[in-house]
Design a protein around this ligand. Sequence first.
Ligand code: SF4
Length: 361
Amino acid sequence: MAKKSASLSKLPNARDLLAWYDRHRRRLPWRALPGRYSDPYAVWLSEIMLQQTTVTAVKPYYETFLKRWPTVEDLARAPIAEVMTAWAGLGYYARARNLYKCAGVVVADHGGQFPDTEEALRALPGIGPYTAAAIAAIAFGRHAVVVDGNVERVMARLFAVTDPLPHSKTTLRELAAKLTPLERAGDYAQGVMDLGATVCTPKSPACVICPWSAVCEGRKQGIAETLPRKAKKVKTPLRYGVAFWMMRADGCVALQRRPPKGLLGGMTEVPGSAWRAKAWSAAEAALAAPVKAKWRELPGLVMHTFTHFRLEVTVYAADLTAAQAKKLGPDIIWTPLKHVGQAGLPSVMAKMAALALKNVI
Ligand code: SF4
C-alpha cells in the first residue's frame, strides 16, 4: 500500500499547483482573491485584451475601459468610434469591433448578464473556445479546460511531449484536461497560466522554484527548455503600400476612417493605396493618390508586421491648395497636427504619421 501511494505521488497534481498559486499568483486588476469568482465583465474584457497581447500592455487599457465604461451596459451604449479610439495602439482591431458587438448582444439578448456556460459563451461575438473556457472557469467556477500558449508549454514540458506543435495540440489539451480539478478550476487555470508566464518561461525555466519540479519529465530528461517543439514556419509574405500625407494651408492633415470590415476596420488611417505583393513605382503611386498634387517621396520606410504578412510602406507628402483639399470630399477628417497623437491611429498608421512629422515640419 505504502509503495502504491509513493508512485502516485510522482504524478503532477492540481493540489500542488493551487498551493503555489495561493502564495505566488500575479496580482492583476481583473482578478478576484483565490477561491472567489471574478466579475464576468472584468474577466471577459481582460481576456479579450490579453489575446496576443502582454499583461503590461493590457493593464492601462483595461483600467481606462473599466473607468470609462464600468458595466457591459455602459460599453454597449457608447458610440463605436469612441470605443475604437480608446482601443487604438492595442492592435488586432477586430477584437475591439467584436467586443462592442458582444456587449450589444449581452445587453439585448441576455439582460446584461454574461451566460455562464462554455457553449453559450462561445455563441457570443469574438468569444472562441479558449476565451469561453476561461470565462466559464474564472467567473463562474465551471469545470472548463483552459488551454493557451502558456498551458501548452507547461504540459509539453511536464509530460515531455516531443511531438511538435501544432500537431501535438490535441495531446496537450488531453493532458491539460486530465489535470484540471473539479474544484477551483478557475484558480487552477490562472495558476498554470501564471506558472507559464513567471516560472516555466519560454527561455530558461526556473525549475528550482517550480511546484511541479519533482514530477516534471521534461526537466528529468534535460529537454525542458527545448519544448514545446514547433513545426517549421512558412516565411510570412511581404506586402507593399503607399501612404499620402496631405497638408492644408491651415496646418491640418487629412486622415480618414477605414471601412468597418476587414483589417483595421473602423480605425482612423492616413489615406493610402491597397497593400499588394508588388512594390509601387513612383508613377503608380501618383496614379493611386487621392488627388493630383506635387507629391514628394519622404526618406525612410515604414515597416510593420501583422500576423500573416509584413508590410513596407512608402510615404508621399504634398501641400494641398484649397481646391485640391476640397476635392478629397466630406469623409476626410482634417486634423490639426498637434492633435494627430490623439486621433486614435493604430500602430502602423502612427508609424506613418511619425515618419511624415519627422520630415515635413
Ligand atoms: Fe516547467 Fe521546469 Fe516546472 Fe517542468 S519543472 S514545469 S520545465 S518550470
